[in-house]
Design a protein around this ligand. Structure first.
Ligand SMILES: [Zn+2]
Length: 120
């Protein structure tokens, strides 16, 4: 069990490091829960997104405020997602590993399609 947690943590750190390279300001967030897309939300609209998982035991509250997004509240054991603070650049993420919640900044074009401008 502990080993699995460590592996997930290391993978998460690699993921975050990799994702911090891009620096374009995004206009949407994509929320993923347990690998499935939960929803996308415009950064232009200040809003509060409450996510309850694991039979409503796990709570994450994502807040969009003035074009930036942060994890307002979470009852996860580590609290790293809250420590992450505000993000607004494409490919930046807020990851709540214990709750498998990922908030990713994306760019959508006028038609609402996700722009994949990742250059490697
Ligand atoms: Zn968390």
């Amino acid at each position: 069990m502990l080993l699995i947690l460590v592996i997930i943590l290391v993978a998460g750190i690699f993921y975050l490091t990799f994702n911090s390279k891009s620096n374009k300001i995004g206009n949407y967030i994509k929320v993923t829960v347990d690998g499935k897309i939960y929803g996308t939300y415009s950064l232009d609209n200040d809003q509060r997104i409450e996510i309850k998982t694991n039979e409503e035991e796990w709570i994450n509250i994502i807040v969009i405020n003035e074009g930036k997004v942060h994890m307002e509240q979470a009852n996860c054991p580590d609290g790293y997602c809250i420590d992450k603070g505000n993000i607004n650049k494409t490919n930046q993420t807020i990851v709540c590993l214990p709750h498998k919640v990922v908030v990713e900044i994306i760019q959508k074009d006028v038609k609402g399609n996700e722009v994949d401008d990742v250059v490697k």
